[in-house]
Design a binder for this molecule. Structure first.
Ligand code: 26Q
Length: 819
């Protein structure tokens, strides 16, 4: 790579300009006259990609030359966000590139907006994987990230008559300049059929899996650059037919059948399941998981053997991290590869397997724990079922004879749940097959040990640890909030972007009036920009001087967007009664997708938009209140919203949100948080201090306790006048004159069941909000708290999370820490 010194990858303005014109001509086949904005975007993308490749190749060479230990991150989801601006930032060429474009009469910002982001995930878990990849590349943890190249990512959300409608995401329709297909890197994947247990002529016992279908996984690589750092790679698998045509069928004249196999094969990676909970019994989903896991493990084995090593040392060279249970079938697949394909004996294989894997759990919701029905599993993966039975058998024997576990304990811990038609507990498979299991926040990791994986934590206390989630400061402040980034760098230097703890140097400035004014002015500018965007997208005008109260995340009952709505209705009713003397003008901004089959979540969207319709048009209230639902939340939209937020809503029922990461992104951009003691909010409040955080609601223990007692949500209705007014209003028909019963399901659930304790937390929420209004009244004071929030966010960098993974789980040194 040292020989590649041409101006083709030069970083000066002129080299960039020349390469841009060259790429426009040779890659796109255009000259500036007649080129479209999309042509320009593509040409710039190729120009940047060339430069990314150079850095990337340098890192790969170093890993290979120094024979380094590597992290293989397995995740069914990634949400990298747009690549162009991030790569410019990482290469440090944003300014000269903008100047080069300007000389050609092109606005670079406009090109940046052309990019369709890869929506290859649902939400937090997918975005976390991408933040981690950014951090591994920045710090220099040798890594490769594996996943699925969904042709259609998360659906596009449109709002029609206030309701969510889903449209196909066509992110590949104009091609994808960031990836390269590696046609030569591909693996055969088998499904279905049966197994044959045979003893060969040498007396060796082997198992043959005779599948009923095969397909091929091909690698598509996207190089990932860390900030002024190293490279990593996102390797996504696409399913293809092994033979384009079934020639025997073709020759018989059955063209349709011949093509069908190709279509069926390609189906596997067609579309992302848009559910951020378990999608029960979907055969295709199981096939997706197995498909990408098998490709990835075969690839690791190939890389390992290519370096001239033997499989006995696989665990020395690779740390394989399972992002939730979605890739947990890897435990059985690695055993199959080692035992069946490479004839390594079971015990040795098991030892290698356990030492390779680490498992990260992201949920405590019992309904979200992955299970696969045994009949389905047998149909798709007959050999893996046998292997899981064998793992289970040995595990149960060990529990019984070495640990003296009771039958009750055994049935609780087994990999197989025998109720009904029987199912496989993927979290148990992942736990047994890994050497470390971690939760994603301190609270979550404790609850994991106390409830979901209690017996395992008793058995193997050392296996359990915590790694609190983090976010990439490059994407979520440097890229998204250039003005604030500029002010911070001007004040404390630029070291904070790779060492976020340095933000603490801002504390000195918190009470400085000049600094406060600059801080406020930036927030104001960001709000004005979002306000323009809101006007463009929804037609609603929002005065940027209003407080921007932001609630953006997937729509879920446990996240309690409807608690927020109840408060908005309360404010509305107060204004209507004339109790609005010193009410603070507020814009409530919501965004987030609902799973297409999740009735209540979709009804909550309708509720938000109905409340918006009522309020935004009512001149008696609309100078005090606005309610916005911004459609189609994505990484790109998120980057626009966070910098403009004054208040961050993190109001899930305590014990339900594993960590949350939006909480960190908003706080890093200077929003104050109103929130419950849930997930990482707990640690954020510890860092930020009670005085700078608006806490409310039951804690996880109190929730638990109340649930075990006899919780009567109706009591709150009876005793709290405000709550009663709001609830009655919900079914008064005022929100939905054409269908007065529309919101009855929400009303009834809250009144008679209230699984997420909205009624119990309502009063406390209002009290906490009253403190928000009080603090907002003193803008200098608010700004001081905003600065303190940012100054104390250092812990929540994904760089810190990756350091934790590296030292606690992976035992891998970064480039930074080696000579
Ligand atoms: C599983 C089976 C079948 C179909 C879909 C799924 C599926 C897909 C995605 C299940 C769950 C997810 C995503 C979960 C998720 O995003 N969890 C969030 O992870 C974040 C990162 O750790 C946390 O901050 C959030 O608290 C957690 O909700």
């Amino acid at each position: 790579s040292k020989t590649i010194k041409s101006k083709r990858i030069g970083l000066s303005k002129n080299d960039i300009k020349d390469s841009f014109l060259e790429n426009l001509f040779f890659h796109i086949g255009r000259v500036p006259k007649g080129a479209t904005i999309m042509d320009y975007y593509q040409a710039l993308a190729y120009t940047v990609r060339d430069r990314v490749f150079k850095e990337f190749v340098t890192t790969v060479k170093r890993i290979s030359d120094e024979d380094l230990r590597v992290v293989a991150y397995l995740s069914a989801e990634y949400l990298p966000g747009p690549h162009l601006a991030n790569n410019l930032l990482s290469l440090g060429i944003t300014e000269q590139t903008a100047a080069a474009m300007a000389e050609l009469g092109i606005d670079m910002e406009e090109l940046i907006l052309q990019e369709e982001e890869p929506g290859l995930g649902n939400g937090g878990l997918g975005r976390l994987a991408s933040c981690y990849l950014d951090s591994m590349a920045t710090i220099g943890i040798p890594s490769i990230a594996y996943g699925i190249r969904y042709e259609f990512g998360i659906f596009e959300q449109h709002i029609k008559n206030g309701l969510q409608e889903e449209y196909t995401d066509k992110w590949l329709q104009y091609g994808n300049p960031w990836e390269v297909v590696r046609s030569e890197i591909g693996y055969n994947i088998m499904f279905g059929g049966s197994t044959k247990h045979v003893t060969d002529s040498n007396g060796n016992f082997t198992v043959n899996w005779i599948p009923d279908s095969k397909l091929r996984g091909t690698a598509y690589d996207t190089p990932i650059l860390g900030y002024k750092g190293y490279g990593s790679i996102l390797r996504l698998w696409r399913a293809e037919a092994i033979d384009t045509f079934d020639f025997s069928a073709y020759n018989k004249g059955d063209y349709y059948k011949a093509v069908q196999e190709k279509i069926l094969s390609e189906n596997i990676t067609k579309v992302l399941y848009p559910n951020d909970e378990q999608e029960t019994g979907k055969e295709l989903r199981l096939k997706q998981q197995y498909f990408f896991v098998s490709c990835s493990l075969q690839d690791l084995i190939r890389l390992h053997l290519l370096q001239g090593r033997i499989l006995d040392t696989l665990h020395e060279k690779f740390a394989i991290q399972l992002n939730d249970t979605h890739p947990a079938i890897a435990v059985a697949e690695l055993m199959r590869l080692l035992v069946d394909d490479y004839q390594i004996d079971w015990d040795k294989s098991w030892n290698i397997t356990q030492r390779c894997f680490g498992y990260t759990n992201h949920t405590l919701l019992p309904e979200a724990l992955e299970k696969w029905s045994i009949p389905l599993f047998r149909r798709v993966l007959p050999r893996h079922l046998e292997i899981i039975y064998e793992i289970n058998h040995r595990f149960v024997q060990e529990l019984k004879y070495q640990h003296g576990c009771s039958d009750e304990q055994l049935s609780r811990m087994a990999l197989i749940d025998h109720s009904g038609e029987g199912s496989i507990r993927m979290a148990h498979l992942a736990t047994v097959g890994s050497h470390k299991v971690n939760g994603v926040s301190a609270l979550h990791s404790e609850l994991l040990k106390k409830h979901v994986l209690y017996d395992f934590a008793q058995l193997w206390p050392d296996k359990f640890c915590n790694v609190t989630n983090g976010i990439s400061p490059r994407r979520f402040i440097a890229l998204s909030n250039p003005l604030l980034t500029g002010l911070i760098t001007e004040t404390i230097g630029s070291g904070w972007l790779t060492d976020l703890k340095e933000l603490s140097k801002l504390e000195n400035m918190a009470e400085d009036p000049t600094f406060q004014n600059k801080w406020m002015a930036i927030k104001q500018t960001n709000k004005a920009s979002l306000s323009d965007h809101i006007k463009l997208e929804t037609g609603i005008s929002v005065d940027p001087s209003m407080m921007f109260d932001v609630h953006v995340k997937r729509i879920h009952e446990y996240k309690r967007q409807h608690l927020n709505v109840l408060n908005i209705l309360h404010l509305y009713l107060q204004i209507k009664k004339g109790n609005n003397k010193d009410m603070i003008p507020m814009a409530f901004i919501f965004a987030g997708k609902a799973a297409p089959g999740y009735f209540m979540a979709k009804l909550i969207i309708k509720l938000i938009t109905a409340v918006g319709d009522l309020i935004n048009q009512d001149t008696e209230v609309n100078d005090k209140l606005k309610v916005i639902f911004l459609p189609d939340f994505s990484v790109k939209k998120a980057q626009h919203i966070y910098p403009a937020a004054d208040l961050s809503e993190q109001i899930s029922m305590a014990g339900k949100e594993a960590s949350g990461t939006g909480n960190m992104k908003l706080s890093l951009n200077g929003a104050l948080t109103i929130g419950t003691l849930d997930g990482a909010n707990v640690e954020m409040m510890e860092e930020i201090g009670m005085d700078n955080f608006f806490l409310f609601g039951l804690n996880a223990e109190e929730v638990q306790h109340k649930k075990q007692g006899n919780y009567k949500p109706g009591d709150h209705y009876v005793h709290n006048l405000h709550l009663r007014e709001v609830m009655d209003f919900l079914i008064s028909g005022a929100l939905s004159p054409e269908n007065p019963k529309l919101f009855q399901p929400i009303y009834e659930q809250l009144l008679y069941d209230d699984p997420y304790m909205i009624m119990a937390d309502f009063e406390s929420y209002l009290i906490s909000r009253a403190k928000v209004y009080e603090e907002w009244g003193n803008q200098s004071n608010w700004t001081k708290k905003s600065i303190i929030n940012v100054a104390r966010m250092g812990k929540f960098s994904s760089d810190r999370s990756i350091q934790d993974y590296s030292s606690l789980i992976w035992k891998i040194d970064s480039f930074q820490n080696r000579p």
